[in-house]
Write a protein that binds this ligand. Structure first.
Ligand SMILES: Nc1ncnc2c1ncn2[C@@H]1O[C@H](COP(=O)(O)OP(=O)(O)O)[C@@H](O)[C@H]1O
Ligand SMILES: [Mg+2]
Length: 342
C-alpha cells in the first residue's frame, strides 16, 4: 500500500462517548488508522471492543453518542464536524454501509425492486425506466438469479443470503468509494458466507472501492484484508499488514485471537477460540494495560499507567510494553502524556 497518497479516510485520535442513564461512557479512546483507496482494512476484536462504534462514527450514525474529540478526515473535511445534511450527502455518494442483519436496511412492505430503484433514483437523475433497468443490473451483479423477476419479491420471500445480496446492491447504488461491512456474514452459514465474501471481492475490483470489514473472525481477516486493525476495549492495540500480523503478531491479545488458548476441548481447526476472562466493562477498566488481567505475559509494568502505541518496523503498531524493547520501536502515540493527563 502506498502510504504517501492521501488516505480515503483518516481517523485521528478519535474518542467516542455515549451518554447513558448511568453517566458517560467512553467507547473509543484515541483511535487512529487510515483507509486507502481500493484496499480492504479489517477491524477485528471480541464483541464489545468498539468495532461497530468505529464504523458508525465514520458514518456519522452514532445514536445517543458522538465523537467527543479527534477527527475523521475524508476529502479534506472532518466528517465528525459535519451537520446531518452534509453527512447525508457523504453517505449517499462516498460511503455506504451494510450490516449483519439486512432487515435493518430493508423495508418489509416494499418489493426489493422498489427499494433498489428508489436508491438508484436518490443517487442519480435516471428516469424511472432507466433506474429500473439499473436496479435489475445491480441485482444481477450481486448474484440474484433472474433479477428481472426477483425484483418483484418482498424481502421475506428471499433467503438470508439473498437479502444480504440485496443490501449490497442498495449500498452499491451510490457507487461508494468506501463500503463499510459490519459483520456482513456472521448470520450466514459457511457456504453462503464464502459466496458473499467472494462477491465483495469481485465488486471491490469492479467498483474500485475500499472496504472496511468489521469481523470477529480471524479466518475472514486472513482471507479478505490487506491490513488489520485489532481493537480491545475501545482502543487499537495492534495494526499492520495482514500477512505480517498473521506471521508474527506483536500484541499478546492478537496472538490470543489467532491461536486461542489450547485446551483439551479446543478444536484447533476453529479460527477463533475463546480467550479466558471477559472484555472489561468500559466503566470498570483495569488500571494499566486494558488487557493485562487476561494476558499470559503481563508483568509489573503492565498494571499501571497507559501503554503507548509503539510504532514498529513496516508501519506495525503495538500497544504493548513488550514492543518497547524492540530496537526499531518508538511511541506512535504523541498523545500518551495528554491521555494520561486527561
Ligand atoms: N448506543 C450506545 N450507548 C451506550 N454505550 C454504547 C452504545 N453503543 C455501544 N456502546 C458501548 O460501546 C461498546 C462497544 O460497542 P460495539 O462497537 O458495538 O462493539 P463491537 O466491537 O462488538 O461491535 C459496547 O460494549 C458498549 O459499552
Ligand atoms: Mg458490532
Amino acid at each position: 500500500m502506498d502510504d504517501a497518497r492521501d488516505p480515503l479516510i483518516a481517523l485521528d485520535d478519535v474518542h467516542v462517548t455515549f451518554k447513558t442513564l448511568a453517566g458517560e461512557v467512553e467507547a473509543l479512546t484515541g483511535v487512529s488508522f487510515d483507509i486507502h483507496a481500493n484496499e480492504t482494512v479489517a477491524v477485528v476484536g471480541e464483541s464489545g471492543s468498539g468495532k461497530s462504534v468505529t464504523a458508525l462514527a465514520i458514518m456519522g450514525l452514532l445514536d445517543g453518542g458522538g465523537v467527543s474529540s479527534g477527527q475523521v478526515i475524508s476529502g479534506g473535511r472532518n466528517l465528525a464536524a459535519l451537520g446531518e445534511k452534509q453527512l447525508r450527502k457523504v453517505r449517499g455518494s462516498e460511503i455506504a454501509m451494510i450490516f449483519q442483519d439486512p432487515m435493518t436496511c430493508l423495508d418489509p412492505l416494499y418489493t426489493v425492486g422498489n427499494q433498489v430503484v428508489e436508491a438508484v433514483r436518490l443517487h442519480t437523475d435516471l428516469s424511472k425506466k432507466d433506474a429500473t433497468a439499473r436496479a435489475v443490473e445491480l441485482l444481477g451483479q450481486v448474484g440474484i438469479p433472474d433479477p428481472d423477476k426477483r425484483i418483484k419479491s418482498y424481502p421475506h420471500q428471499l433467503s438470508g443470503g439473498q437479502r444480504q445480496r440485496v443490501m449490497i446492491a442498495l449500498a452499491l447504488a451510490c457507487k461508494p468509494r468506501l463500503l463499510i461491512a459490519d459483520e456482513p456474514t456472521t448470520a450466514l452459514d459457511v457456504t453462503v458466507e464464502a459466496q458473499i465474501l467472494q462477491l465483495l471481492r469481485d465488486l471491490q475490483k469492479e467498483y474500485q472501492m475500499a472496504i472496511l470489514l468489521v469481523t470477529h473472525d480471524m479466518g475472514v481477516v486472513a482471507e479478505m484484508a490487506d491490513r488489520v486493525v485489532v481493537f480491545y476495549a475501545g482502543q487499537v492495540v495492534e495494526q499492520g499488514l495482514v500477512n505480517e500480523v498473521l506471521r508474527d503478531p506483536q500484541h499478546p491479545y492478537t496472538t490470543a485471537l489467532f491461536e486461542g488458548i489450547p485446551t483439551p476441548h479446543t478444536d484447533r481447526s476453529e479460527p477463533l477460540t475463546a480467550i479466558p476472562g471477559a472484555v472489561p466493562s468500559l466503566r470498570e477498566l483495569p488500571s494499566g494495560c486494558r488487557f493485562n488481567p487476561r494476558c499470559r505475559l503481563a508483568f509489573d509494568k503492565c498494571t499501571s499507567g497507559d501503554v503507548p502505541l509503539f510504532l514498529l518496523d513496516g508501519n506495525r503498531q503495538s500497544r504493548c510494553w513488550l514492543a518497547e524493547g524492540d530496537s526499531a520501536s518508538r511511541p506512535a502515540d504523541f498523545a500518551v502524556g495528554a491521555e494520561a493527563a486527561r
